[in-house]
Write a protein that binds this ligand. Structure first.
Ligand SMILES: *Cc1c(COP(=O)(O)O)cnc(C)c1O
Length: 434
């Protein structure tokens, strides 16, 4: 053990991997400057781990719950118990957590379709929503088939001011028709700030003061377990997210969740399955074990992802790049953006991340025209679960402001190694000097 704490031993294995001693030393310096913040992250993880374990005990999770069901999926005790567990962890009355929710976008679609009826209005309180939401809502001149617009549901938006919620604007945009107010916790791939639970609580207060019976939904993607409570603890009627992000802990192979009041969960189960069936059916096959193990792992996995993000921000700041958020800023989600200035830097960065991945590490990512994007996009994703973004992954549209967005890292040891490798690739290509 003592010899491995010796830097030269560590340098040796990094050098074997092609990471120079110069990069290694810079990384050590970066780490020594941010590791004060790590103890706070560890404390949040420890708190959340205790919370999760207490919920397991309280719900009397037994070995039998790890098994699943087939066919209609009636009497699936493991699935039902998992939903009770999620409800407890999120401080909510009920939950819908299913493999049949195929992604975050789908869970959000079900949430909107479940709650909204023709003539209702949806208000986004945090400005322009995440890209994939535009199709669901039916924004633009040619709304997609089945969008909210097609069902006569209208849309309003309160833009953020100076990167913060505009509380007056939110109150002003609430009217008789407003049925749901949506709050997006994470900035996603926009340049605003991600919201803390305290900021979300303030929005909730403003909304309730104007119209108490409105349904408040939080798009909780990337925010789970970053703090010690979730938005449902602050009065949101529902939180929605993906299990191939934070709460799946890197273990869940698919799935999404909706937690909230009994009433909204019932409405959403009707939209996902069928009126009358509600939550009673929906076979879980063999997925229950991975859901349980995933939520159990999640607090520490989220901590590892946060440490990776902060370390990366510091390292890239030290070589002169702008980072969003900066390494010293409070975190509200696990996403890190780095302004790399040009396409070559972005490609080298992504190649370095990919090359340090457990899966497809031998493949070189290249920019291409992806459906839904108006410019070429490069993606580095060497993940065990396709598209999982709690696992270390990076992507960037090749256009101004040339930001690369990355998130995840199941282990900090991998995160550190991969970020060092990304810098090494930029050096090897002659793009930067350290
Ligand atoms: C990832 C994300 C979504 C969509 O989730 P997918 O699982 O990619 O469909 C929605 N909103 C936010 C803020 C996200 O980060």
């Amino acid at each position: 053990m003592s010899e491995i704490t010796n830097e030269s031993i560590m340098k040796e294995i990094y050098e074997k991997a092609g990471i120079s001693s110069g990069v290694f030393e810079l990384a050590s310096k970066a780490l020594s400057e941010v590791d004060k913040t790590f103890s706070k992250i560890d404390a949040v993880a420890e708190y959340n781990q205790a919370r999760v374990l207490m919920a397991f005990k309280n719900q009397k999770i037994g070995y039998e719950h790890l098994l699943g069901s087939t066919g209609y999926g009636y009497d699936d005790a493991g699935r039902d118990k998992f939903e009770a567990l999620m409800a407890e962890i999120f401080d909510a009355e009920d939950a819908l957590v299913r493999a049949q929710l195929i992604s975050g976008t789908h869970a959000l679609t079900v949430a909107l379709r479940g709650v909204l009826r023709p003539g209702d209005e949806l208000l986004y309180a945090t400005g322009k929503p995440y890209d994939t939401m535009e199709s669901i809502i039916g924004l633009g001149d040619n709304p997609e088939s089945g969008s909210l617009t097609e069902f006569g549901i209208t849309y309003a938006q309160a833009d953020m001011a100076n990167g913060l919620p505009d509380y007056d604007e939110i109150a002003a945009k609430i009217n008789d028709k407003t049925k749901m107010v949506a709050i997006q916790r994470s900035k996603g791939y926009s340049s605003r700030k991600s919201l803390s639970c305290a900021e979300i609580a303030k929005i909730i207060e403003v909304v309730r003061a104007k119209k108490s019976d409105v349904i408040i939904m939080v798009d909780n993607c990337y925010g789970e377990f970053v703090e010690t409570k979730e938005p449902t603890s602050y009065g949101a009627d529902m939180c929605v997210g993906s299990l191939i992000k934070n709460p799946g802990g890197g273990i869940a192979p698919m799935g999404g969740y909706i937690v909230g009041t009994k009433e909204v969960v019932k409405m959403c189960s009707s939209a996902l399955y069928s009126p009358g069936l509600y939550k009673e059916a929906g076979a879980s096959l063999n997925i229950n074990r991975s859901f349980y193990q995933g939520i159990y792992m999640s607090p520490v996995v989220v901590a590892n992802a946060l440490k990776t993000a902060i370390f990366a921000a510091k390292l890239y700041e030290m070589v002169g790049f702008k980072t969003i958020p900066e390494s010293r800023e409070e975190r509200a989600d696990i996403i890190q953006a780095i302004s790399l200035g040009n396409g070559e830097n972005i490609c080298a960065f992504c190649e370095g991340i990919q090359a340090a991945s457990p899966i497809d590490g031998h493949i070189t990512p290249v920019p291409y025209a992806m459906p839904g994007y108006h410019c070429d996009v490069i993606m580095a994703a060497g993940t065990f679960v396709q598209g999982s973004s709690i696992e270390l992954s990076a992507d960037a549209p090749i256009e101004e402001p040339y930001n690369v967005y990355f998130q995840g890292g199941l282990t900090f040891a991998h995160g550190k190694y991969a970020i060092c490798n990304s810098l090494q690739y930029m050096i090897n290509k002659g793009l930067i000097n350290i």
